[in-house]
Design a protein around this ligand. Structure first.
Ligand code: ADP
Ligand code: MG
Length: 255
C-alpha cells in the first residue's frame, strides 16, 4: 500500500457527558505512515477524542473507520488485534514487573490465540520482540529493573515501547511528553519521528504547540469539542481562527 492512503477515518464523532458536548461532530482523516496530531487548549476534548478512537468510551454518534473497516464501539483489545494500539496519558505499566517482563507480556499478543496458554518463556516471538524494543528504546541497561523504579522519562518511553510490542499499524499517543524534562521531550520527539519513517502511522494528541508543529504531517485543531481547523502545520499556524482561539491565548499566557 502507498504511504498516502487513509488508515484512520473519523466521521461526525460526538460524545455527550450529561449536558456537555465534549466532542462535537469531529471529522478528520489520518494517512498511513504519517504523523497526524490533534491539538487544542486544555479542556478542548483531546483526551476524550483519543478515548473515543481507542475504544475506551463509545460515541453518542459518529463513526470510526480503521483500514476501511467500521470499528466504532470496538473495545481497546479488539482494536489492538486490528492493529491500532494506544499509550495513555496515565501510566499503563505493570509497576511491579521488570522492564523486560512488561515488554514480553505486551509482545505476547503476537502469538496466535492457540499459543496464548503456553508459559511466557516459550513464546520465542515475544522474547525476540522484547529484546528488539529494549535495544531500540535505549533500555538495555534497565531490562531487569522494576518498571515502577524507573525515572518518569524512562517510564514514558517504556510505555511507548509496550504499545508497540504487538507491532501495530497505528500508534495513538496522548501527551507522551507530559511532565518530561526538555531533554527527555526531545528524545521522545526524535523517537516518534523515527517510528513514522517506517510504515507506522501515529495519531498524537498533544497540547504542546511547538512539539506538534515540529513533528506533524497533518494537524487537527480542537476548540470546545469542535474541529476549528485542519491542515499542514503551516496552514494551521496561519489560520486566524486558530491564532485567536489558541495561539492568542498562548501569547497572553507567556507575556
Ligand atoms: N468522563 C467525563 N465525564 C464528564 N465530563 C468529562 C469526562 N471526561 C472529560 N470531560 C470533560 O470534557 C471536556 C474535555 O475534556 P478532555 O477531553 O480531557 O480535554 P483535553 O484532553 O483537551 O484537555 C472537559 O470539559 C472535561 O471536563
Ligand atoms: Mg487531555
Amino acid at each position: 500500500m502507498s504511504k498516502t492512503d487513509t488508515i484512520l477515518e473519523v466521521e461526525g464523532l460526538t460524545v455527550r457527558f450529561g449536558g456537555l458536548v465534549a466532542v462535537n461532530d469531529v471529522s478528520f482523516r489520518a494517512q498511513r505512515g504519517h504523523i497526524t496530531s490533534v491539538i487544542g487548549p486544555n479542556g478542548a476534548g483531546k483526551s476524550t477524542l483519543f478515548n473515543l478512537v481507542s475504544g475506551a468510551i463509545r460515541p453518542s454518534s459518529g463513526r470510526v473507520r480503521f483500514n476501511g473497516d467500521d470499528v466504532t464501539g470496538y473495545s481497546p483489545n479488539a482494536l489492538l488485534r486490528k492493529g491500532l494500539s494506544r499509550s495513555f496519558q496515565i501510566t499503563n505499566l505493570f509497576a511491579e514487573l521488570s522492564v523486560y517482563e512488561n515488554l514480553r507480556l505486551a509482545a505476547q499478543a503476537l502469538e496466535p490465540a492457540s499459543l496464548l496458554a503456553l508459559p511466557l518463556g516459550r513464546s520465542t516471538r515475544a522474547v525476540e520482540r522484547a529484546d528488539e524494543l529494549i535495544t531500540r528504546f535505549g533500555l538495555a541497561s534497565k531490562a531487569g529493573e522494576i518498571a515502577g523504579t524507573l525515572s518518569h522519562g524512562e517510564q514514558r518511553r517504556l510505555e511507548i515501547a509496550v504499545a508497540l510490542a504487538s507491532k501495530p499499524q497505528m500508534l495513538l499517543l496522548d501527551e507522551p511528553t507530559q511532565g518530561m524534562s526538555h531533554s527527555d521531550t526531545a528524545q521522545v520527539a526524535q523517537l516518534i519521528r523515527e517510528l513514522a519513517q517506517g510504515d507506522l502511522s501515529v495519531l498524537l494528541v498533544e497540547h504542546d504547540v511547538a512539539l506538534v508543529m515540529d513533528l506533524s504531517d497533518h494537524v487537527v485543531v480542537l476548540n470546545q469539542g469542535a474541529r476549528l481547523a485542519e491542515g499542514t502545520p503551516q496552514d494551521v499556524r496561519a489560520n486566524p481562527a486558530v491564532q485567536a482561539a489558541y495561539f492568542g491565548t498562548e501569547k497572553v499566557d507567556h507575556a
